[in-house]
Design a protein around this ligand. Structure first.
Ligand code: PEP
Ligand code: MG
Length: 878
């Protein structure tokens, strides 16, 4: 037995009532007109899904309290469920604690049967309305509860419209709809299903279906994609129906209290006259903009505007509202904090502060790292340019901003297959349904022919920051032929095949042919302002992983406080340099000497450029790390081998022999990191010289260069001592040669579990620590970084891992080593600077751990993710 809460009686936690139920209760308390109803709690759903004694049906005590609550609704509405004379109709809707748009099931007009429809027609003197409600119920009940494919009903409806020569559902007469009811019942029969005339049976089956929907594949997939965990289940809201389809003084709509793409303070939504809610969101009829409601029903509009104000003040956030107007009276059906795109998230947060509704710290919490991620997405560089304008073929609704380029893919399966093969897709559909979620997630962008700005495609795409253009009426999709046709403004047509490239501009709604160039985004205006607040509150630094002056420039533009990792080997991955490295590794002593001289020049130039970009900020340069074989020519590529042999004065066979001799069985655990520096000191001598000469040159040019030299892959303090001594002696030589010196630090990476365990010894010698969380994860789990793909999906699916540990730090295991290192290190050296420079440094959840639980001084991540890490670091502080 689980409790039931009537609307408006106390404000129970969302966890138990679900978001919809909790907010319906709030709206009732605020005195807004909400149709009466009650909420069956998420605990009941949990029992239904997990408790074998419930036997997939509703137990008697629960049913008894449903009946009791129903009595109260009947009293409130002065009507009776199932009564032909004075019928009450109900809606049954799911609502979990976290909103899952379009993922869960809804049954409307519950309580219709052959007798009630006649009674309702008589009572309302509106047979059309009665039959319309009945046919809608037959479809929804059949689809949601009995799982009859929706298309069976849609086909009947389309046939009917065709036979009657009408375009809109609302043009069908009462008689047509009555005929449609007969045909819908026939659909049940052909599927061998029974439509229950008993209204209580309808109710109990529908509640059970909503519960079952929680564990249905669509809902499970959505939770997986959105990383939603630890929810009890969905609540079920049972509510008296009000009708938007009772004629021309009725209607229904959905609206945001602010514009959800760019965040301006204006109502943004759509409504339809003489329609029910489903018509607006399903995209079957094209709705009208909310502003036109003012002309249509000025009083209702005024009340609606005022309700928006009240709800924004109460929830202190932008609201996403569903409403119905029944014969001129406004009813509020639902409100929730609205999903928004990145640009809107920042603007709304900043505006709410200036409107006095929230504090700066609350604003910082409201913008999600994913929002920033969207803002940092590529865009089309110049939409006024001729090449861009000429490529525009048509336009739809600008449903979710951003630039997307990909190959046309017309099915869920195709997008997923493309993704696996590394091919970018634009998902093109007539309209999307919740079954398309996986494809939508895997696509670069989404294009639909039907549906408005609040259609399924639009809402889901916005939530994920995927560019989306919907309601593109010029588009016709022929899935069978694998073709789409676009009718151009001048009436001509263009056909594209699945696999052809197209581009989408989610900001303007433009669809372009071919693969258009995209440009990186920039931080200006409101975002800049917001990021200043972020920097004011964050307590840890955010550095960047940057290997070149260009990366360093980008990093600084994005607000980095320095460079936390310069992987010096990345400087060698250029054709003219890699041949020098090969000469160093494979050549004679003389050749090696010569190569080192050239490499010194390259590195010194690069470091100088980086110091210039990072004037005044620390630049952490890691000495050469990766296994040598990464620099050797592949034995499979004959022509490269031949070139390389010629350069070095070997025969191809001699070269092959040398390369083979250097191959390792397990290179990740082989000759890399400081092991390389210890066995081949000439390399790190050259690197140290390059770093310090570059620093001295930069200082001469008036730059405040701050080099930190970092030794990789240390496991024993003796390894560190060895390298430190080499570095120091080179430094002394360079400073003596030049008759000047500069400050520099020598620190180490902590990326081998043994280093973590002996951090107290290493801290005696090292001036800073930086966690190489990639290697530390690899070596703590014993999962090869390069081979984890073969079993990771199974581990995630089977719940053995909750997250990919190479993306989000494993706080229990690897995190323990990190905390231990910090404690042991700082015991010895209290002011020890400790950061992290593995991929986790740009992952918001990991950043929170590093800042709050591990007590690190900084995180370092790719230049592109710096703003996200800044926000995550600030959120850790507020
Ligand atoms: C690490 O191991 O986390 C690290 C930053 O080094 P790399 O990824 O280059 O091994
Ligand atoms: Mg490493």
């Amino acid at each position: 037995y689980c409790p039931i809460a009537p609307f408006g009686k106390g404000n129970e936690a969302k966890h138990v009532l679900g978001g919809k139920g909790a907010n319906l209760a709030e709206m009732s308390e605020l005195g807004l007109s909400v149709p009466p109803g009650f909420t069956i709690t998420t605990e009941c759903c949990n029992k239904f899904c997990n408790d074998a004694t419930w036997d997939n049906s509703l137990p008697k005590p629960l049913w008894d309290s449903i009946i009791k609550s129903l009595d109260a609704v009947q009293d409130d509405m002065s009507s009776v469920f199932g009564s032909p004379e004075n019928p009450l109709l109900l809606s049954v809707r799911s609502g979990a604690a976290i909103s899952m748009p379009g993922m869960m099931d809804t049954v409307l007009n519950l309580g219709m049967n052959d007798k009630v429809v006649e009674g309702l027609a008589k009572k309302t003197d509106n047979p059309r309305f009665a039959w319309d409600s009945y046919r809608r119920f037959l479809e929804m009940f059949g689809n949601v509860v009995l799982e009859i494919p929706r298309s069976h009903f849609e086909d009947e409806l389309d046939d009917m419209k065709y036979e009657k020569g009408v375009n809109e559902d609302s043009d069908l007469s009462a008689e047509d709809l009555q005929e449609l009811v007969t045909r819908f019942k026939a659909v049940y029969e052909t599927m061998d299903m029974q439509f229950p005339q008993d209204v209580l049976e309808q109710l109990s089956l529908s509640i059970g279906a909503v519960f079952k929907g929680w564990m249905g594949p669509r809902a499970i997939k959505y939770r997986e994609v959105e990383n939603i965990r630890n929810l009890l289940g969905t609540a079920v809201n049972v509510q008296a129906m009000v009708f938007g389809n009772m004629g021309d003084t009725s209607g229904t709509g959905v609206s945001f209290s602010r514009e959800p793409n760019i965040g301006t303070r204006e109502l943004f939504g759509e409504f339809l006259i003489n329609a029910q809610g489903e018509d607006v969101v399903s995209g079957v009829r094209t709705p009208r903009p909310i502003s036109e409601l003012e002309d249509e029903m000025p009083e209702v509009y005024k009340e609606f505007v005022e309700n928006n104000r009240i709800l924004e003040a109460k929830f202190r956030d932008m609201q996403d509202i569903e409403f119905t107007i029944q014969e001129g009276k406004l009813y509020m059906l639902q409100t929730r904090n609205g999903k928004r795109g990145g640009e809107a998230a920042v603007k709304i947060a900043v505006d709410l502060v200036s409107e006095g509704l929230i504090s700066k710290n609350e604003a910082i919490k409201k913008v999600l790292p994913e929002h920033l991620d969207q803002l940092l997405h590529p865009r089309f560089p110049d939409v006024e340019q001729k090449e861009y304008r000429d490529a525009v073929i048509t336009r739809g609704l600008p449903a979710s901003p951003g630039a997307a380029v990909g190959r046309i893919a017309m099915s869920n399966e195709k997008v997923v297959e493309n993704k696996k093969n590394g091919i970018p897709s634009i998902m093109v559909r007539d309209e999307t349904s919740p079954d398309d979620v996986e494809g939508m997630f895997s696509a670069e962008g989404i294009l639909t022919a039907r549906g408005g700005m609040t259609s399924h495609a639009a809402v889901v795409a916005r939530g994920w920051g995927k560019p989306c253009v919907c309601g593109c009426t010029a588009l016709s999709v022929d899935e069978e032929k694998g073709e789409i046709t676009l009718t151009m403004d001048d009436g001509s047509q263009k056909t594209f095949k699945e696999g052809d490239f197209i581009s989408l501009n989610g900001q303007s709604g433009e669809v372009l042919e071919g693969s258009q160039t995209v440009a990186p985004p920039t931080i200006t205006g409101t975002l800049k302002n917001f990021m200043e607040w972020v920097d004011d509150v964050r307590e840890i630094d955010v550095l960047a992983n940057a290997d070149t002056p260009a990366d360093a420039k980008e990093a600084r533009k994005n607000g980095a406080n320095g460079i936390g990792l310069c992987r010096s080997e990345h400087m060698f991955f250029k054709p003219e340099r890699i041949s020098k490295v090969r000469q160093l590794i494979l050549g004679s002593n003389e050749q090696a000497e010569e190569a080192l001289k050239d490499l010194l020049k390259f590195q010194r130039e690069d470091y100088e450029g980086i110091f210039k970009e990072m004037d005044g900020l620390p630049v952490t340069i890691r000495l050469l790390d990766p296994p040598l074989h990464e620099f050797l020519p592949s034995l499979k590529e004959e022509n490269i081998l031949a070139d390389c042999a010629e350069q070095l004065g070997f025969t191809v066979d001699e070269l092959k022999e040398k390369v083979e001799a250097m191959e390792e069985v397990n290179p990740m655990l082989g000759l890399r990191g400081c092991r390389l520096g210890i066995t081949r000191p000439s390399i790190i001598k050259m690197q140290t010289r390059a770093i310090l000469e570059a620093a001295l040159n930069a200082i001469d040019a008036g730059i405040d260069a701050k080099p930190d030299i970092m030794v990789p892959l240390v496991g024993k303090v003796e390894e560190f001592r060895n390298q430190r001594d080499v570095i120091k002696s080179v430094a002394d030589t360079v400073f003596a040669e030049q008759g000047k010196s500069c400050d520099y630090k020598i620190g180490t990476m902590i990326e081998i579990p043994r280093a973590a365990l002996t951090a107290h010894e290493i801290a005696e010698e090292a001036e800073f620590f930086s966690f190489g969380s990639n290697d530390l994860t690899q070596m703590t789990f014993g999962y090869s970084r390069d081979d984890v793909g073969s079993f990771l999906p199974d581990y995630l699916n089977k719940g053995i891992l909750q997250d990919d540990p190479f993306v989000t730090i494993d706080t229990e295991g690897v995190g323990q080593l990190i905390k231990m290192t910090v404690e042991r290190g700082r015991n010895v050296r209290p002011d020890l600077k400790i950061g992290v420079c593995g991929e986790h440094g740009g992952d918001p959840r990991s950043v929170r751990f590093f800042a709050n639980e591990a007590g690190l001084s900084y995180v370092s991540c790719s230049p592109f993710r710096v703003p996200i890490a800044r926000l995550a670091a600030a959120q850790a502080s507020v």
